[in-house]
Design a protein around this ligand. Structure first.
Ligand code: DGL
Length: 271
């Protein structure tokens, strides 16, 4: 079962999930595609996110992947069910695993969720959380400035603190939450700043660990885990600027990762 696991995101955010997959499944080869050219997906319509996501998936299917991880909350919110219905490989998203982890952590059943406008508008987290625990209180807030900032490589410092501080004000004012879900895979890249602003009394949940656990359990169930002893050679594709993608990747991965390539995916033009 030496085929790769395909991982998609609108840009660099899914690298945080890829990193956790590499940690928990060190024998598995990853093929990653970030549609940086058309990032952010957050403000786009459901139809557009679906169309772009399918274009990424069609590109990765040519790599003969055995599983698809939708490492993007916006794409998960709008496209997961469609992908699961139409692909004959296992497809997992990041929302259900994140919701499950938050329910495990919360003591007072007040959970905050931050994400892109699309993810928050879809109410996918609220539904996922309430389907596990119907009486949970959910405080959901879109943070549209975070993704463009992260894609520029601004991950800490004064500017990041100002943007995060302003954006989280509504959550801080109504601060009953004891758990905060980072409902966008870009946000773990600014987790320290988010934690500093929201305070240490709030547990921050990013779905990468739980998502990687799901991937592992599903591959095991299907007897598709890679049993070979070769070190996997991962492949990273971006539709955007290669240098900035590599720079951000270097801050996500603790060990040296190479094989980056800039690609044009069919019909991938800025709109
Ligand atoms: N990282 C993605 C997410 O988890 C998308 C960010 C965006 O493109 O707006 O939602």
């Amino acid at each position: 079962m030496n085929q790769a696991i395909g991982v998609i995101d609108s840009g660099v955010g899914g690298l945080t999930v890829a990193h956790e997959l590499m940690r928990q499944l060190p024998k598995e080869r990853l093929v990653y595609l970030g549609d940086t050219l058309r990032c952010p997906y957050g403000p786009r319509s459901k139809e557009e996110v679906k169309k772009f996501t399918w274009e990424m998936v069609d590109f990765l299917l040519k790599e003969d992947i055995k599983m698809l991880v939708v490492a993007c909350n916006t794409a998960t919110a709008f496209t997961l069910a469609d992908l699961q219905d139409n692909l004959d490989i296992p497809v997992i998203g990041v929302i259900q695993p994140g919701a499950r982890a938050a329910i495990n952590f919360t003591q007072n059943s007040h959970i905050g969720v931050i994400g892109t406008e699309g993810t928050i508008r879809s109410e996918a987290y609220t539904s996922a959380l309430k389907s596990i625990k119907p009486d949970v209180h959910v405080n959901a807030l879109p943070c549209p400035l975070f993704v463009p900032m992260v894609e520029q490589g601004i991950l800490s410092g004064k500017q990041a603190e100002e943007v995060v501080g302003e954006s989280l004000l509504p959550l801080k004012r109504n601060n009953h939450i004891d758990t905060l879900i980072l409902g966008c895979t870009h946000y773990p890249l600014i987790k320290e700043t988010i934690q500093m602003i929201i305070g240490d009394h709030v547990t921050i949940i990013s779905s990468s660990e739980e998502t990687a656990r799901d991937a592992s359990a599903i591959l095991e169930f299907h007897n598709q885990l890679n049993r070979s002893n070769h070190t996997p050679k991962h492949q990273f594709y971006t539709t955007g600027d290669l240098d900035i993608f590599k720079k951000i990747a270097a801050s996500v991965f603790t060990k040296l990762v190479d094989n980056f390539q800039s690609v044009t995916i069919e019909k991938a033009v800025i709109q």
